[in-house]
Design a protein around this ligand. Structure first.
Ligand code: ADP
Ligand code: MG
Length: 561
């Protein structure tokens, strides 16, 4: 509310909350720190899991930063920005979500101290931007070359990223499976660079059996069953008809009446229908197809004819699955049975119905296109299967990151420590207030090894001292191996490996969010409208003119009924 000549002027709606200046900033930083604090204990292989229960009572057990933050319903706008950090990290590189959020929390915590020393936010954000650019440079420089042919590097990275998850016992086998999957779908683009689109790896999951029974299947899985018990359950050398239209007699568009005057006519009518369906089945048979995958329905009578012809049929398959099948089996999708030609049928070595936990699924294997792969996830319970899916997602992303970017670093806090040391050297070349900002940026990076040690219940300061000393001696990948609790000179030799892009992206997303939050000095929150907003509509007819005439003030008036 502004004051002009003693007369209050309403600019905003009544109930609008506004915090400004320092208050707004501290408020935002506090909220962001709470979010960082919430995921802190889940970092690293010794990190704990969280059990999240939503309003419907559904439970999720996870250690994945992005998932934790997605599940908790955050209200505060600055806290929401932190959730965005995790989301960006997840969509860009797929791993390092917890790290990015913890980093952002630490950046803000330390920036707050500079603010208290009356350093302007823009000086801090400018310093942070420079520091982040430099950090990217340092990380790229310290990296080791890797890529699609570096099996050991890929496997270690995939295993490292799964070491903090419930699946850690089975991580070796899962890592191999993820590499096989990515190798199957990876291709070179026009510039001869490797690209791997992880959406091409189909994921299916079903509780039951054990995590170790998770399999990579070269082909496609449909969660459907063979439509008729008389049909074969397994077909070798399949010629697959992909059909978009129904195998039924088309119903007329309009309601129509059929006048039947004698019993013979009924028989005639039914015979006619049967004939049409028989013809349809014959067309399919004559095309040479021995499998039909149909997007729509298949009439009972048609099913019978198809069974007699020894054809395996599946109905009501999703359009997207039909498209995937078309790609995998290089078959065309048909709309009209008259158009079918033998050479346009899809081809696969084996189509088979298998029962998994009492449910029938159709497996289409040995497809023409070797790029079709499915990971069929198994595990004791639904909760486990879901967490395995998240772990596999992370591992697929990590393998993809390395295949596409070709760079790796040792993990366990080593890259953060090394970057911090180099950044402090860089800071000393800057001078002035910017130097302070770059220094606190560097100090913030230490939160990663610190938190890893803290979660393992080990004295942070002592470990940090030892690690720094080792780095000063030139061991750029010196870190703390949580598997055996030892400080090691080269984490890479211990198989703790991460894609460089994951580390870079964590710093980038954390810096971006920090700068955004630091630039805010005014928070204007509109009033929550739980009842219909008071306005012209709710006023007695006589007052209509006034509501319109006073424009923005209308909302500031007490509601009238
Ligand atoms: P994020 O969501 O950030 O990926 P994680 O819980 O997956 O968080 O933990 C990742 C961190 O754990 C990385 O810094 C990684 O280097 C570290 N880490 C993984 N395995 C080990 C290990 N054996 N020893 C030490 N640190 C490890
Ligand atoms: Mg991870």
């Amino acid at each position: 509310m502004a004051q002009l000549g003693g007369q209050p002027i309403f600019i905003m709606k009544e109930g609008t909350e506004r915090t400004r200046g320092k208050d707004a900033m501290h408020n935002n930083i506090a909220a962001a720190k709470v979010i960082a604090e919430a995921v802190r204990t889940s970092l690293g292989p010794r990190g704990m899991d969280k059990m999240l229960v939503d309003q419907f009572g559904d439970v999720v057990i996870t250690n994945d930063g992005a998932t934790i933050l997605k599940e908790i319903d955050v209200q505060h706008p600055a806290a929401k920005m932190m959730v965005e950090v995790a989301k960006t990290q997840d969509s860009e590189v797929g791993d390092g979500t917890t790290t990015s959020v913890i980093l952002a929390g630490e950046f803000l915590k330390r920036a707050e101290k500079l603010l208290e020393q009356k350093i302007h936010p823009t000086v801090i954000t400018e310093g942070f931007r420079k520091a982040a650019d430099k950090a990217v440079e340092i990380l790229n420089q310290m990296s080791i070359d890797s890529g699609i042919d570096d099996y050991e590097g890929l496997k270690n990275a995939a295993m490292t990223c799964m070491s903090s998850k419930i699946v850690s016992e089975s991580r070796e086998m899962l890592a191999e499976l993820c590499i096989d999957a990515i190798k199957a779908i990876a291709e070179k683009d026009e510039e001869a660079k490797w690209v791997a689109d992880i959406d091409k790896v189909q994921i299916q999951k079903k509780e039951g059996e054990m995590i170790d029974d998770t399999k990579l299947i070269k082909g496609i899985i449909l969660d459907k069953e063979v439509v008729n018990p008389g049909m074969p359950k397994s077909v070798r050398d399949a010629k697959i008809l992909l059909l978009q239209s129904a195998i039924e007699i088309e119903k007329t568009e309009f309601d129509s009446k059929l006048q039947i005057t004698s019993p013979e006519q009924i028989q005639q009518y039914l015979d006619e229908e049967e004939n049409m369906l028989r013809k349809m089945a014959e067309k399919i048979k004559n095309s040479g197809a021995n499998v039909v995958v149909c997007q729509k329905g298949i009439d009972d009578m048609a099913q019978h004819f198809l069974s007699q012809a020894g054809i395996l049929a599946v109905r009501r398959v999703k359009k997207s699955d039909l498209e995937k099948l078309s790609q995998a089996t290089s078959g065309s999708i048909f709309n009209d049975l008259d158009d079918i030609t033998a050479e346009k049928l899809g081809k696969a070595g084996l189509v088979e119905e298998r029962k998994i936990m009492g449910e029938s699924w159709i497996f289409i294997e040995e497809c023409v296109d070797p790029k079709s792969v499915v990971i069929l996830i198994r595990g004791g319970t639904e909760l486990i299967v879901d967490e395995v899916e998240r772990a596999i997602h992370d591992a697929l992303c990590v393998v993809r990151d390395i295949v596409e970017d070709g760079k790796i670093v040792g993990g366990g806090g080593a890259p953060e420590l090394e970057t911090a040391i180099k950044l402090r050297e860089y800071a000393s070349t800057l001078g002035g207030r910017e130097q302070l900002a770059v220094e606190i940026f560097a100090d913030s990076l230490d939160i990663v090894p610190k938190t890893l040690a803290e979660n393992a219940g080990i004295d942070q300061i002592e470990i940090l001292m030892k690690l720094r000393a080792s780095h000063q001696k030139g061991n750029k990948f010196a870190g703390f191996n949580l598997e055996n609790g030892e400080v090691v000179e080269n984490m890479m030799q211990d198989g703790v490996v991460e894609p460089t892009v994951v580390k870079i992206q964590a710093i980038k997303s954390a810096t971006e969010a920090t700068s955004m939050i630091l630039r805010i000095d005014d928070v204007i929150a509109g009033a929550k409208t739980s009842m219909p907003p008071p306005g012209a509509g709710g006023m007695p007819p006589g007052m209509g003119g006034m509501g319109g005439g006073m424009g923005g003030m209308g909302g500031g008036m007490p509601p009238m009924y």
